[in-house]
Design a protein around this ligand. Structure first.
Ligand SMILES: C[S@@+](CC[C@H](N)C(=O)[O-])C[C@H]1O[C@@H](n2cnc3c(N)ncnc32)[C@H](O)[C@@H]1O
Length: 271
């Protein structure tokens, strides 16, 4: 999935046995938000779309249904094996950082939870704007992880609070070590506007984090996928068991990341 590599260890990877469930939960958490944003952009029959870091391809699939037989969706990923087969989708193995970018211009370029994981996200975003057709739209969705608020939203005892802070800090430290920009989501619009792009809007969303919800189940899965790192960071197996129990308990609520979706529309005619 995110290909988080620290000390030669890969923590998230689309090849891992947990990846299908991880990607499915991401789509469950964000699918409604993405569909609401994308359906307001006028992407219709014949559009040429590029979905970057496609994951399970659920957005590519949604777009393919909109563009119909005269349109196309290029779904690229480091590991595109989970992208569904569809006559309008071309799934392509592609590293946004290292490979040459697809030729031609796109009516829509979409990347969800991708740029926040990559170095030089601002440069990538500005390069993507250059790939838009006249009137085309760039849609970048990321989670703002540089949160001032605590990780737990419901009243809890001191032990539960302390293991959650340690879990939260260990996950953030790992992200920072892997090169993630935890604040990128909130800076995207400013970066685009500062480069002279006027038609930029930001849409916000925040999922519910009650025990048993998709966001809680994703955090629970991550506690397993990152277990070695969390133990090295000082959490005990009993702490992880308590965290996992919380995440199934509807009486417990964690704070979830704030979703920022930045939408840029290119001018109809090149200026
Ligand atoms: C967090 S997942 C998001 C998947 C999907 N966009 C979603 O929101 O459900 C990040 C995806 O980006 C892909 N990815 C990571 N680095 C990439 C790169 N340099 N080039 C292309 N894809 C990359 C990963 O393989 C993974 O599928």
């Amino acid at each position: 999935m995110y290909r988080v590599e620290v000390q030669q260890q890969t923590h998230f990877d689309n090849d891992s046995t947990d990846a299908p469930e991880q990607l499915r939960l991401l789509s469950e958490i964000l699918g409604g938000h993405s569909a609401a944003v994308l359906s307001g952009l006028g992407i219709g029959a014949g559009a040429r779309c590029w979905d970057i870091g496609s994951g399970d391809g659920s957005v590519a699939r949604w777009l393919a249904d909109q563009v119909g037989p005269t349109g196309s969706v290029l779904a690229t990923d480091l590991k595109p094996e989970h992208v569904p087969v569809h006559p309008q989708i071309e799934a392509r193995r592609h590293d946004l950082l290292a490979d040459s970018w697809p030729a031609g211009r796109f009516d829509l370029i979409h990347a969800r939870l991708v740029l926040m994981h990559l170095p030089r996200a601002a440069d990538l975003a500005l390069r993507l704007v250059e790939q838009l057709a006249p009137g085309g739209v760039l849609v970048l969705t990321d989670w703002f992880c540089d949160c001032a608020v605590g990780p737990v939203a419901s009243p809890v005892d001191a032990y539960t609070s302390s293991i959650w802070w340690r879990y939260h800090d260990a996950v953030h430290d790992l992200g920072a070590l892997a090169g993630m920009d935890l604040g990128w989501a909130a800076q995207t619009a400013d970066v685009l506007r500062a480069a002279g792009h006027d038609d930029v809007t930001v849409l916000h969303d925040q999922a519910c984090g009650r025990g048993g919800t998709p966001s809680a189940l994703l955090a629970r899965l991550h506690s397993t996928m990152l277990e070695d790192h969390l133990i090295r960071a000082g959490l005990e197996p009993g702490d992880l068991a308590a965290i996992r129990a919380n995440l199934l308990d509807p009486g417990f609520e964690m704070a979830t990341y704030h979703t920022f979706t930045t939408v840029l529309r290119a001018p109809q005619q090149a200026s």
